[in-house]
Design a protein around this ligand. Sequence first.
Ligand code: SAM
Ligand code: SF4
Length: 327
Amino acid sequence: MTISKFEFIQVEPTNRCNFKCSFCCGRHQIQGDMAPATLHNILQYFDDCKVLQLQGEGEPLLHPDFFEFAGLAREKGIGVSIVTNGSLLHENNVQRIIETGIERIDCSIDSADSKIYAELRGFELEKTIAGIENLVRLKSKLRLAKPAIGLSVIVMRKTMNSIMDLVRLYRELHLDGSINFQPLQGLEAYSRYYTHEMMLQMLSGAEIDQLKKTYGHNPELQAVFTKQNPVREFFIRLGENVDTAAEGCPWLVRGLYVNFEGYTLPCSVVKDARRFSFGRIGFEAKELIIQARSRMNQDLLRGNTPEACKDCNIAKSICQKTVSECN
Ligand SMILES: C[S@@+](CC[C@H](N)C(=O)[O-])C[C@H]1O[C@@H](n2cnc3c(N)ncnc32)[C@H](O)[C@@H]1O
Ligand code: SF4
């Protein structure tokens, strides 16, 4: 059966950035901005889109038409969220974020230690915090429930024992959007650019299990997850109510990633658009994109891991289940 739902779309407005984070594969790509016509076409192709996350391998707020993009989606009743490095949350942008009705902002802060933060991001933590405070202040002055404001955290070997400092920072800043912890990506598309020092920061399976054991029942951390703003993080909503074993990968069931050039891709971690795109917005018809995505999901459900998904844990679990059912 061909599935044609596209309710959760991630769009990369730009892969340009004002930072040079040492772990970021975006810094090694050809740089550019999405053309306004591409966003118009995306919203026309996929008129069932409910949630649009404007983020990719660059800093979304750097796109000169960022607020026009967000406004266009809002006019269609779509919930818009962003992931940002937080460096551009000055008063003018904060005002526009609120006026445009952006419903969720995740700010990337990987360490509450100014020295480690500066080493990783090449920027001053105090300035990022001042930007977040601008946003929190205006939201609170206007007594608004949105945007939900959360933190996005890459957990590394050198930061894994100071997670609670980030929880304290979250509370001090009066944030409400919860904290998304993720390990440093191990996929080749990312790690091929890591230095030796960065390779040493990748957590092993045993370390991840240990973190889950240590923090899984931590009451301070649990409070962050339970008392959060109803506008939850994009990935959580994408996966909600999808029976992965029966229906397939949530991205292939109802999601899509579109890079700044308009190439549609299965998800945000598949980077090789020339090899793995379902088709390019404005060049290929919507039907071709629908069919290509559907074929990929059917392959997965049959236990044949598509090349684009070969290192993905979701794909592994779906394929393993299918293979064990067949035996
Ligand atoms: C590529 S950034 C783009 C948005 C914005 N510039 C930022 O840094 O938040 C999107 C998210 O991916 C995360 N990220 C980037 N490189 C990563 C890596 N190698 N492993 C895990 N997460 C990564 C960032 O920390 C951020 O939360
Ligand atoms: S701020 Fe974001 S996009 Fe920019 S270099 Fe860092 S991770 Fe990459």
